[in-house]
Write a protein that binds this ligand. Structure first.
Ligand code: CDP
Length: 786
């Protein structure tokens, strides 16, 4: 029996990402790498108009081109009852337009051809007659009674209003405001942005006419949920549908929804009996797939003169685009927006939200965000900063005064969330210390005296991830629980099958580390499998930082379940009773006799060769995890900027980010996640915005119009950490994938506003382009006022 003492690289180890070998050698398998015998290619014709009636479609010329196998229209799809599909929010969305087009870029027809060039050429020969209708490009216009109704397809829908939703206690909030010394208000717009993953969306649909088996290789963050939706939409037996999501080149929420291209390619493969590949080009991805944000928000905070926060009132109007299609838990119309009380002990809050249809592509995806928590975090952190200035107190001190105290956890917020744990003072103190905050404020005074515009911005975010407990969280009725299956082979190597789907987060490494921690098999000996619905347990997928809190927990739990059986076998091998065996540092040892040990490898071999009478052979298990609560990562970000008064150009001098995501499985991967998230937060604050002209033309259709930060403009980040384990997560972990994008935009904007506040600038909506900053300086009377 082995007594080797190699350290098990479980939690807390900076294990290099196992998946990187194949990525850096170009050996990954993305959708476009999949080539099946006899495969056809599909291209989609999209609407040039934002809003128009379709009066005719002539496909005859396109059909006549050699190499074209089929031209699919909405009418053909309607014959198979597939012209419309359900969305993940319970709305309907056109697969191929039949009556009207409702956004520029909407899918109108598809050509299936022997090669992509022929398919694209044929698109140009499809003649569509449109009668333009007034486009509705803002939610404010959409809500006016005179606005044209966009969803004329929906019975009883006589306006563009989708929902009205409320949260919190209105009376208590009104009372708090009546008793307030100071009320601070902020109107702000969180602009529409696009996650823009490097790999665009696409699929290869392969329906075997002989067996009815449909194998669909798809860029999906939620393959199991998509399989069920496909079974319901297409009426195919679910056991005959296999969704395979191979390597995915980034998702960021963009690859959660069901897109028409997936449905048309599958229908075409079914009808033609050949595999069909569909891949978007960059412009198609940017103009037609799920956007994010687009919230017009009004916030008011009531405070006492001494800075004590009394209440929060928020109203918002969401631009949902032409189809309400984002995946939100059905109970919460604007996702987790009502976490808007942030890190503060706010006794009363009331939130109202309205959603409107507009002539834009569907939006609202969880872009590095847990269902709208980004918008919530931004609003509260901007509001708190402005409140500090109105009261004449330091923004750090106002936060420290109002934070929920460490001993108040579990803490029930004014909108009903039970925060599991936190130490907001700890995270902020560390961030202030790292950035030398008090010293910086002195230096800022001196700089101001010299006429320089230096700003210091803070954001202390509390997030909410890990959806979620089955009583409150579902998508289309499917509960948001996730599974993990562990199988240990005779030689002590294991395979872990998980329901979530990595798109670059490193699950193949971190989930193997959880197994290593729990049972002592080194991470390199645990193969992690995901993204294949035939071969992994059911689950709702990877978005909104739910992988670690839900499937990561399932992984720990299934490993413990397998460990219980392993302990029985160990007892048999050690010739003691099960109660006398303990598991420590990756080994099963006899209590009180630590040198009498067996390793998991010894046990695994015995599970197939030498197991006790009455015990089943083998060493495997499956576990579905229903989290008892969400988890609440948090942190404080501090940003120092200098603004050039003559050009509006702002530069980040320093960016300190202190994150607390509970126990870190792999600190290196966590830091990578934070770096990525901060970069996206910076991009959103500084440049990322999709705009539309008055005709509804999308002005962000390529990477010269829709700007993303490159390494050139991205600032350097200085990281710090505190560790407050989640009390209800089996390994004490919280999610981290999205925190930095949730928390950081407010820190960047707060820094610029901090620089400009003495000039009279109170708000600039993101993105803070130099032109906008310069205009704000001019509107406030120029920089000479300092
Ligand atoms: O759902 P998604 O994977 O995007 O987000 P996540 O659960 O926050 O995890 C992102 C990556 O960070 C995964 O590889 C996690 O296992 C890892 N992580 C970690 O190592 N320690 C934590 N406390 C949280 C996440």
């Amino acid at each position: 029996m082995s007594t080797e003492t190699e350290e098990i690289r479980g939690l807390g180890h900076r294990v290099k990402r196992k998946e990187d070998d194949r990525f850096i050698r170009g050996k990954g398998t993305y959708i476009d790498d999949i080539k099946l015998p006899g495969m056809l290619h599909m291209a989609i014709l999209r609407s040039p108009y934002a809003h128009a009636t379709i009066t005719g479609i002539d496909t005859s010329k396109a059909q006549a081109i050699p190499g074209v196998v089929a031209v699919v229209t909405g009418e053909l799809m309607a014959q198979h009852k597939l012209a419309w599909m359900p969305t993940l929010s319970g709305d309907t969305q056109a697969v191929l337009a039949t009556d009207k087009v409702r956004f520029q870029g909407q899918e109108v027809a598809a050509v299936i051809a022997e090669d992509l060039y022929t398919a694209k050429d044929a698109l140009e020969l499809i003649a569509v007659e449109y009668e333009p209708i007034e486009p509705v490009v803002t939610p404010q216009r959409a809500m006016e009674p005179t606005a044209p109704v966009i969803r004329t397809d929906k019975e009883g829908q006589d306006s563009n209003h989708i929902y009205h939703w409320e949260s919190g206690d209105k009376d208590a909030t009104d009372k708090a405001f009546t008793g307030a010394d100071v009320v601070v208000a902020l109107d702000t717009f969180y602009p529409r942005s696009h996650p823009a993953p490097v790999e665009t969306c696409g699929c290869v649909a392969d329906v075997n006419p002989a067996t009815g088996q449909a194998t669909i290789y798809m860029t999906s963050q939620a393959p199991h949920a998509i399989r069920t939706v496909f079974a319901l939409v297409a009426g195919l037996p679910e056991e005959n549908i296999r969704i395979v999501s191979p390597d995915i080149g980034g998702g960021f929420g963009n690859k959660v929804p069901v897109y028409p291209g997936y449905v048309v390619a599958t229908a075409a493969s079914l009808l033609l009996g050949r595999p069909v590949k569909w891949i978007e080009d960059r412009t198609e991805n940017l103009i037609s797939t799920g956007f994010a944000r687009d919230f017009h928000m009004h916030g008011e905070m009531a405070l006492k003169k001494d800075g004590t926060m009394l209440g929060l009132r928020v109203s918002l109007l969401a631009d949902e685009g032409a189809f309400y299609a984002d995946a939100q838990p059905s109970k919460f119309k604007v996702g987790l927006f009502h976490i808007v009380t942030g890190s503060y002990d706010l006794p009363a809050a009331h939130v109202t939200a309205d959603g409107a249809y507009t002539n834009k592509a569907p939006g609202g995806v969880a872009y590095r965000c847990s269902f709208r928590v980004t918008e919530a975090s931004y609003l509260i952190e901007r509001l708190v900063q402005n409140a500090a200035y109105e009261l004449g107190v330091d923004p750090a001190d106002l936060r420290l005064k109002n934070f929920i105290e460490k001993d108040q956890f579990p803490y029930t917020s004014a909108t009903g969330f039970v925060y599991d744990s936190g130490d907001y003072h700890g995270a902020m103190s560390l961030a202030l210390e790292k950035v030398s905050y008090r010293q910086l404020r002195k230096e800022q005074e001196e700089a101001r005296a010299r006429g320089e515009l230096v700003g210091i911005g803070l954001a202390s975010f509390t997030e909410v991830v890990g959806a979620g407990p089955h009583k409150d969280y579902d998508i289309l009725g499917l509960k948001m629980n996730d599974g993990a299956e562990l199988r240990i082979h005779p030689t002590g190597k294991a395979i872990l099958k998980i329901s979530v789907q990595t798109q670059g987060q490193g699950h193949e490494t971190t989930f193997a580390q959880i197994v290593a921690e729990e049972i002592g098999i080194q991470p390199e000996d645990v193969k992690v499998m995901h993204g294949d619905t035939d071969n992994t347990p059911y689950g709702l997928g990877t978005y909104a930082s739910r992988s670690t809190p839900v499937s990561g927990a399932a992984t720990a739990m299934v490993t413990r379940r397998v460990r219980e059986k392993a302990a029985k076998i160990a007892a048999h091998l050690l010739e003691v009773s099960e109660e006398d065996v303990e598991f420590a540092k990756g080994k099963f040892a006899v209590k009180g006799a630590p040198d009498k040990v067996v390793t998991i490898q010894d046990v695994a071999f015995a599970a197939y060769t030498n197991f006790p009478d009455g015990l089943e052979a083998g060493l495997e298990g499956v576990y579905y995890y229903d989290p008892p609560n969400l988890t609440f990562p948090f942190g404080t970000y501090a940003v120092v900027v200098e603004v050039d008064p003559d050009t509006g150009v702002w530069k980040v001098r320093r960016m300190v980010a202190v994150d607390d995501c509970g126990v870190r499985i792999n600190p290196m991967i966590v830091e990578g996640q934070i770096h990525g998230g901060l970069t996206e937060g910076f991009g959103i604050a500084a440049m990322q915005q999709i705009t539309f002209d008055e005709n509804g033309n999308c002005l962000g259709a390529n990477f010269t119009d829709y700007l993303l930060p490159t390494a050139w403009e991205t600032p350097r980040f200085e990281l710090g950490e505190t560790v407050t384990p989640s009390p209800h997560h089996p390994i004490g972990a919280k999610g981290v994938g999205e925190s930095a994008t949730v928390g950081s935009p407010a820190a960047f904007v707060n820094a610029v506003i901090d620089a400009l506040w003495p000039l009279g600038v109170r708000n600039i909506d993101m993105p803070l382009t130099s032109a906008k900053v310069w205009e704000a300086i001019q509107a406030a009377g120029g920089s000479k006022k300092t």
